[in-house]
Design a protein around this ligand. Sequence first.
Ligand code: FAD
Ligand code: NAI
Length: 475
Amino acid sequence: MSKQFDVIVIGAGPGGYIAAIRAAQLGFNVACIDEWKNEKGGPAPGGTCTNVGCIPSKALLQSSEHFEHARLHFADHGISTGEVGIDVAKMIGRKDAIVKQNNDGILYLFKKNKVTFFHGRGSFVKAADGGYEIRVAGKEEETLTAKQVVVATGSNARALPGVPFDEVNVLSNDGALRLGNVPAKMALIGAGVIGLEMGSVWRRLGTDVTVLEGMDKFLPVVDEQIAKEAKKAFDKQGLKIETGVKVGEVKVNDQGVSVAYTNAKGEAQTLAVDKLIVSIGRTANTIGLNAEAVGLALDERGAIIVDDDCKTNLPGVWAVGDVVRGPMLAHKAEEEGVAVAERIAGQHGHVNFATLPWVIYTSPEIAWVGRTEQQLKADGVKYKAGTFPFLANGRARALGDTTGMVKFLADAETDEILGVHMVGPMVSELIAEAVVAMEFKASSEDIARICHAHPSLSESTKEAALAVDKRTLNF
Ligand code: FAD
Ligand code: NAI
């Protein structure tokens, strides 16, 4: 006997679990299926983000940052610690406990919102009764039916061709987040978001880290001025980043891994390391979905094809998050999940891609929203720019972290904010003000006229807005 629901969501990552909760809030009878297992084989909803992505990486970034502060910066405050050590098992245990809190939190939210959770793999069986039959293969087999299906099956790490992840020597984000000790030498392939975040974690803990990047330019998606400032800081910290490389043969041996590559000058190099992390992007995951059974259309990279409203080629089938086009970000997946649930309810779900914030949680942090200076130039938009350095911010000085700046880009005629770019302390939090401002189509003058608490890092946002009109007060 099949169990009937109004909406079935496949995947309980940020896209899926949020879609399920929003659909339940709107009065639908909702099932959510997720196959992720914890180490005991039990359910671990939350997807990549909770289990091997956003949350655990930020836990390790925090631990390693404390370690670095204790080792290098406490003395500036007159604090003596003696020799500072790191218990990697304890650090990983703390991270695992945080992940579990999040898994349990989602199970609680499902109960609270009356979402029925199924632990197992969900796959399409056939179109049935104007809807779809979905099989759940878990400890027990179940058959569910619904007229509306939301696919939120996420993404997987992309491996180098011919170099599969063994999670012992050649690591994806999964293995990189559960190393048992601090490796002496590590290479990362790809200086993108994961390369920089995970490279920072292990460098802070004492690993000699080299990041090999294929592109000539460092962080091409980031505003050039901001990327340059960040690169300067990473160089100073000893995070070695080589751009313009061509990775050749990767061999796993008794000592670890050897990576052959050609550097930007065309010279052949070999790097012998204990661990290799491959962070060269992610691919949409539709494994096990049995998309063929119902004719769900995928693109040439395996992502589910959707329109602007996340509708697939099949009536009543929607897809959100990493498994579809667009940036692979948890908050983008969540926004799409909410919007789809609202569209199913006949409402006007809305996602504004122009105001999606990005954050790289390195130290200094990098955050931005809207277009970069290079994009505005390419688009032929006339703009004014204003920057303010954290060096001139009292709170940053008190924190002992004056790296970086805030940069505003505003329309030359209307003064509407077109982009805000930041590198520096806690800019992951500061960027929210810029997102709100852009969402409300604020001008740089609007921000310049708003009272910001003193002393706070947010005063740099106000000062950068003032800088657009060349009238900073503190620089
Ligand atoms: P996922 O989170 O991948 O969830 C998909 C879920 O579907 C999984 O639980 C999977 O088990 C399940 N599933 C798949 N197929 C089936 C099936 N057939 N049946 C049942 N279940 C199935 N983003 C940010 O915004 N901020 C960050 O700081 C950040 N840090 C990251 C750090 C790392 C190391 C990584 C790898 C990613 C990070 N991301 C971050 C990206 C973020 O994790 C993803 O964008 C986000 O998880 C996508 O959500 P999703 O719901 O689309 O998919
Ligand atoms: P990425 O797309 O950020 O970076 C991949 C990098 O690898 C690029 O710079 C690319 O040029 C390089 N590259 C690709 N192939 C290569 C090769 N063969 N040799 C050398 N370099 C190569 O992908 P990443 O870091 O794997 O992360 C995946 C996604 O996860 C990100 O795009 C992001 O959406 C998400 N994420 C978000 C985080 C955040 O929001 N803070 C943190 C971590 C991940």
